[in-house]
Design a protein around this ligand. Structure first.
Ligand code: TYM
Length: 332
């Protein structure tokens, strides 16, 4: 059976981008066709300036939202990264396999490091080594496929390279994984600036739809989305980034493809209205289930405990094998 692994870091409130680009497909497709693990990758949240209490709160909220979005703990393994020490154990070996040049070439490193410096802060070393930990997340489980949005494919490519290099140097140890981005909505854009990604750590919430936004907030954000000059509704990311983003969101919600949908609309206003209603409708059951789960925090904790035990049992043999293959003496 195909092994799938993916994760989200608790650095902000989940967005429509996270949902359409990743989570929704994990719940609707991936967990039913594969042996899947879904992880709250909390260690990754420590690579930039963070507030401990916020990370704790967001981690709990993220795990609850995983379940609210339909991840079924009886079908997939749902857990928190820091509960399974194999991730950091393996990460070190992969730091010894990667080069600093490879790490410095990562687009996300360049962008985030520049942002930290512009804010007058310093760059944590873990921001540079982040992709080694992400590769460890993936490789520890013999993962075949990694369902992620567009922005993560470069990191998955690096995980591939590290798997191949490790196997060549020290013997077959890792499965070589591949990224599996969705056909539509692999990069949902900010509604106020459709040339940049809708991200969870954005300073302004105006262009970002959050999973737990009230229906009226969702409507107002989408109705106020920046559109493009001209009047014609066409799907063209270069010439019409705002309209194209709305078409992709709508087609991801309702099925169909953005090019075909474009032909249905004669005005930007009508497109916005339908997109807003489609998103509200899509989020409604997630929000209802989230409310239910919040009333029973003990259940979520129990799911995470079970998930961590299961994940550890899956990861340990391969990570032990990697320790031995690279030349470390087994204990006892
Ligand atoms: P993160 O937490 O930034 O995002 C989680 C997932 O959501 C996708 N995503 C989007 N998809 C479409 N449009 C958007 N605007 C959008 N924004 C985010 C991301 O592509 C991702 O799939 N490094 C990863 C977390 C991670 C991970 C892993 C993922 C750590 N270890 C191992 C897979 C496997 C990250 O920062 O994702």
């Amino acid at each position: 059976m195909t092994r799938v692994f993916s994760g989200i870091k608790p650095t902000g409130h989940l967005t429509l981008g996270n949902y359409l680009g990743a989570l929704r497909r994990w719940a609707e497709v991936d967990q039913h066709r594969s042996d899947a693990l879904f992880c709250v990758v909390d260690l990754h949240a420590l690579t930039v300036e963070h507030d401990p209490e916020r990370v704790r709160r967001l981690s709990r909220q993220l795990a609850t939202l995983f379940l609210a979005c339909g991840l079924d703990p009886d079908v997939s393994t749902v857990f928190v990264q820091s509960h399974v020490p194999e991730h950091t154990r393996l990460s070190y070996l992969l730091e010894c396999t990667a080069t600093d040049g490879e790490m410095r070439r990562m687009i996300q490193y360049k962008e985030k490091a520049a942002l930290e410096r512009a804010r007058g802060g310093s760059v944590r070393l873990s921001l540079l080594t982040y992709p080694a930990l992400m590769a460890a997340d993936i490789l520890a489980y013999g993962t075949d496929e990694v369902p992620v949005g567009d922005d993560q494919t470069q990191h998955v490519e690096l995980a591939r390279d590290l798997a191949v290099r490790f196997n060549q140097r020290y013997g077959e140890t890792f499965v070589v994984p591949r990224a599996n981005p969705p056909a539509v909505a692999a990069r949902v854009m900010n509604l106020q600036d459709p040339t940049s990604k809708m991200g969870k750590s954005e300073a302004s919430a105006a262009g970002v739809v959050h999973l737990l936004d009230e229906p009226d907030v969702v409507r107002s954000k989408i109705l106020r989305a920046v559109t493009d000059s001209g009047r014609e509704v066409v799907h063209d990311r270069e010439a019409k980034p705002g309209v194209s983003n709305l078409l992709e969101i709508l087609s991801s919600c309702t099925g169909g493809n953005p090019e075909a949908l474009a032909g249905v609309y004669e005005s930007y206003g009508a497109l916005k209205k339908d997109t807003a209603e489609a998103v509200v409708e899509l989020l409604e059951p997630v929000q209802a289930k989230h409310k239910e789960l919040c009333a029973d925090p003990g259940y979520v904790e129990e799911v995470l405990m079970r998930g961590a035990e299961r994940a550890r049992a899956m990861a340990r043999p391969r990570v032990d094998a990697a320790y031995e293959a690279i030349g470390l003496l087994p204990p006892g």
